[in-house]
Ligand binder design. Sequence first.
Ligand code: SF4
Length: 359
Amino acid sequence: MELKLKYANTEKIGVPRALSYYNNYPFYHGFLTSLGFEIVLSDKTTTKLINDGASRVVSDTCLPIKVYVGHLLNLLDKGVDTIFVPSLQSTDYKINNCSKIRGLPEIMRNIIDRPFRMIEPTLDKTEGLGIKDFCYETARQLGIYDEELIEKSIKSGWECYNNFIKMAHSGVSQQSAIESAINNKQALKKMELVKPLSVVIMAHGYNLYDERISMRLLKKLENMGVKAYTSLDITREEQLNSIRELGEIQYWANELDLTGTAAYYLLNNEVDGIIALSAFGCGPDSLMVDEIQYHAAERNMPMIHLTIDEHTGEAGFVTRLEAFIDMLSRKKMKQKQKLKQKEPIKVTPAETERILTKV
Ligand code: SF4
């Protein structure tokens, strides 16, 4: 029997607070609101939301996809029946995303057994489909053909996104930068005390900035007095150059946030350690974390790999984190003591003469 759908709320469009939301939402917001739509976001991730998503998929699916399913169901529960589920295939020629991100609309179509309308534009630079094509396809699927309006909305999308990136690069937290950008404001960077220890976190935005998934890792580090650098602190150029300088290439599109960021801080020797945060069941992450672990070991840079899934207990997570930070702190203390204990150089009269006559 053919399913007949009645789209009661076509002026509202649901955006799941998951996956590309964490990097791209300011663009989606600027673009879709300028097209004339009201955006409904799913609620923040909760244990119930994760369980709802996890119960619909096979157990070895990675956590971010389970979370995405939970967010989509949450939007349906809110009565939103038009949902934005982009297919982000490749971000440069032959630089592809993982198969789950590429096939997101197909996966959702096969998992969600409730009627809704999916807006599913494709970004695929390998096939010559760039951002402009992505936006035109979105508009077309929403029944909008007015080119002037579409162009104006693309511009609004970029304005909102560039404002977000500018604030995030200046040190404003990801959450405040998103909120300020979509409200057309400029947030100011918080005054920060110099911290005795610093780390770089290699993680996807959808794992790190989702406080339920990351178990508030950034807040925990702040409370421990540790400065944490993330992919938002550096530019895409810096990420790409660093990964090349390390003698590696970019394999998957969204892995650059992990490898490029870790490579930058590793090469500049600006941090005391690396924290890799990845989801259990993620093939690309497991390979890329190994790659960075190899380079970190070569440079004697301490590194910890924290994997998470829906069953990860906070107590064990915190214990591992505290032990790592403790180790970094002891290592730094020893280095300082070594410097203090270093004997002053004894300069003999012959040596003085040698120094003075040096040209
Ligand atoms: S990159 Fe990894 S964690 Fe992200 S969606 Fe793909 S498999 Fe899942």
